[in-house]
Design a protein around this ligand. Structure first.
Ligand code: NI
Length: 147
C-alpha cells in the first residue's frame, strides 16, 4: 500500500465525471487499498478516486465504524434533510453548512464486483452523498447553504 497525493481545489480532475469501473482486478484492489491508507493518513472520513487523480467511480468511507469501499455507487433512495457543517480533504481548512438528505441508500459493487446496498443516516448519509458527488465532479461548496 502507499499514500497517494491528494489533489486540491483548482485541479481540473476534481471537476470531471469519473468513469464506471469495469475491471475488478488487482489494479482496483491496489487503488482502494491506497485510498484507505491515504484517507486514514489525512484523518478524513471519506475519499473519492478523483481526489487521488484517478477518474474511476470508486470511493472509501470510514466514519469511525470501519471502512466501506464503494465501486460504481448509485443513490437509490433518499429521505429527509440535514444541514450540517462539511469539509473536504481537497479543500483543507474550509467548512461550510450543506444541505443533504438525512438518510440515503446506495447500491454499489464491492472490489470483487459483487452488488451490495448500504443505508446511512446522519454523518454516513452526508459522507455517501459527498463522495458520490466527487465522482460527478461536484465539490461540497456547490451544496453549501448561503450564510
Ligand atoms: Ni471531499
Amino acid at each position: 500500500m502507499a499514500i497517494r497525493n491528494i489533489v486540491k481545489q483548482g485541479d481540473p480532475v476534481l471537476e470531471k465525471t469519473a468513469r464506471t469501473v469495469l475491471n475488478f482486478d488487482e489494479r482496483l484492489a491496489m487503488l482502494l487499498d491506497d485510498m484507505k491508507e491515504t484517507m486514514y493518513d489525512a484523518d478524513g472520513v471519506g475519499l473519492a478516486a478523483p481526489q487521488v487523480g484517478v477518474l474511476r467511480r470508486c470511493c472509501v468511507i470510514d466514519i469511525g465504524e470501519g471502512p466501506v469501499e464503494l465501486v460504481n455507487p448509485v443513490i437509490i433512495e433518499k429521505s429527509g434533510v440535514q444541514n450540517e457543517s462539511e469539509g473536504c480533504l481537497s479543500l483543507p481548512g474550509l467548512y461550510k453548512t450543506t444541505v443533504r438528505p438525512m438518510k440515503v441508500t446506495v447500491r454499489a459493487n464491492d472490489r470483487h464486483g459483487n452488488v451490495f446496498t448500504v443505508t446511512g443516516e446522519g454523518l454516513m448519509a452526508r459522507a455517501l452523498c459527498h463522495e458520490i458527488d466527487h465522482l460527478d465532479g461536484i465539490l461540497f461548496i456547490k451544496r453549501a447553504v448561503d450564510e
